[in-house]
Design a protein around this ligand. Structure first.
Ligand SMILES: NC(=O)c1ccc[n+]([C@@H]2O[C@H](COP(=O)([O-])OP(=O)(O)OC[C@H]3O[C@@H](n4cnc5c(N)ncnc54)[C@H](O)[C@@H]3O)[C@@H](O)[C@H]2O)c1
Length: 430
């Protein structure tokens, strides 16, 4: 879509007929600010259309982007079945006498460029020429259009001539272009996501320490983030990271390290601390409410982060499931993800606004940092609740505001909120 916006003729292919039909109607299948406008603008201008037919999508193209999913297998390794199938279909639809650049856009384990080239070659007619370029994507869900049009950098791996073709395509964006070999390009994507996930798990580990030692992790994060070598981003303690990328990419990198004969101790800890952040949040609710069985909990936020309706690997969903497992009765609100939630969490009472989710609740559990939760009328929330506890799983609410409204605020890693992990007798905190 962004390429169409830059003036190119683009045809998008997906094997999912429903998705393709919706896109051709100008109906975006994902929630993302400004996406419907850009989709319709480019459909109307005749620069963009969608198909399920490879024979329509591949012949006559100079550049083909391969951007299928690369989900996790049960052991964490990347599942390349979609990539293999797409590579075979692209190969089978190349034309003799033409030259095409195939761009690996998906997040693909090191060595996948060679794999894709081999599969395409196996299915291509003789006389069809092609080259593969590794060009991982760094966009963030919730900021997709901004990130595609204003990337921090573009990474291209492969042979120089093919890289030059792709570099020319991106030139109008004015972003720095890092040109390298396939394997380095592929690894850059995994290393970038693993580093960001590590920052989150690091601050969550510090948050745990803050609870034991009586410090406030929001202040500690501000203090360390002010150091320009560290930076303030990805230092928000909470119930951890989720989504379709961080957990799967850290898992896949960990498997790559194991496959290379290494012990991925740090990466495994990053994932374990993340899972623990969600368990600890539920345990905190359990302890503060004197048990969860039969308790009414209002959950605010279900998507894995704000700005998206994506529930894949959402920490909020994990929290809801754990609450229910421990006998709690959950009513949940999300500004964008209710349709997806109806399918993903069939037994949960889904509410159209945060007040309805708070109705009769013993506690509110804020799980996704949608900005609108910071500005709800907390006096109204207090009136409709049965209890007074607000568990802020994202440290985004103002404790004073809540306390003024008669609510009991408990965040993550905010010293005095410690109820789990009592200070061991042997530890001095003087
Ligand atoms: N979602 C993100 O924010 C994000 C960011 C950066 C990188 N990535 C990477 O981009 C890739 C795609 O991610 P996603 O979130 O869009 O995945 P997704 O699962 O939402 O979408 C993948 C699409 O590929 C289609 N597909 C499957 N097999 C196909 C085939 N043989 N031919 C054509 N289409 C086929 C599916 O129908 C689906 O619509 C992944 O590798 C992911 O890691 C995603």
């Amino acid at each position: 879509m962004a390429l169409a916006e830059l003036g190119h003729q683009v045809i998008g292919l997906d094997i999912d007929r429903t998705r393709v039909d919706r896109l051709n109607r100008g109906d975006s299948p994902v929630y993302e600010d400004d996406l419907p406008e850009m989709l319709n603008r480019n459909l109307d201008a005749g620069r963009l259309r969608f198909t399920t037919n490879y024979a329509e999508a591949v012949p006559g193209r100079e550049i083909v982007f391969l951007c299928t999913g690369t989900p996790s297998l049960s052991d964490g390794e990347a599942d390349l079945r979609q990539v293999r199938a797409a590579a075979a279909s692209i190969g089978a639809n190349l034309e003799p006498g033409t030259s095409v650049v195939i761009v690996n856009k998906s997040t693909m384990p090191v060595g996948t460029a060679e794999l894709v080239a081999g599969i395409v070659a196996e299915h291509a007619p003789s006389g069809a020429r092609f080259a593969v370029v590794s060009n991982p994507e760094f966009l963030r869900e919730g900021r997709v259009l901004h990130d595609i049009l204003h990337p921090d950098r573009i990474v291209l791996g492969g042979d120089a001539e093919a890289r030059a073709t792709v570099a020319a395509l991106y030139e109008p964006l004015g972003a720095p272009i890092l040109q390298t070999d396939h394997r380095s390009a592929e690894l850059i994507k995994y290393a970038a996501n693993a580093f960001l996930a590590t920052k989150i798990s690091f601050i969550n580990d510090i948050a745990r320490l803050c609870e034991r030692l009586g410090a406030d992790v929001t202040v500690v994060a501000a203090g360390i983030g002010a150091d320009e070598r560290i930076g303030p981003r990805f230092l928000h303690a909470g119930i951890g990271f989720g989504g379709s990328c961080f957990p799967k990419d850290v898992g896949a990198l960990s498997r790559m390290a194991e496959g290379a004969g290494l012990h991925p101790g740090l990466l495994r800890s990053v994932l374990e601390i993340n899972r623990e952040a969600q368990r600890r949040f539920v345990t905190k609710a359990d302890e503060l409410l004197g048990g969860l069985d039969g308790k009414h909990i209002g959950v605010w936020g279900l998507s894995f982060k704000e700005g998206t309706d994506d529930l894949r690997d959402s920490p909020a969903v994990a929290v809801v499931e754990m609450l229910v497992e421990r006998g709690a009765i959950v009513r949940a609100h999300d500004p964008a993800a209710l349709v997806n939630a109806a399918a993903r969490l069939p037994g949960i009472d889904l509410c159209q606004d945060p007040y309805a989710a708070a109705e009769g609740a013993d506690a509110i559990a804020l799980c996704t940092p949608w900005p609108e939760y910071a500005t709800v009328d907390f006096a109204q929330v207090r009136r409709v609740m049965r209890g007074d506890l607000v568990l802020d799983g994202r440290n985004m609410l103002d404790p004073a505001l809540l306390e003024n409204a008669g609510l009991r605020y408990v965040g993550i890693g905010r010293g005095t909120s410690a109820v789990s992990d009592p200070i061991p007798q042997t530890l001095s905190v003087q």
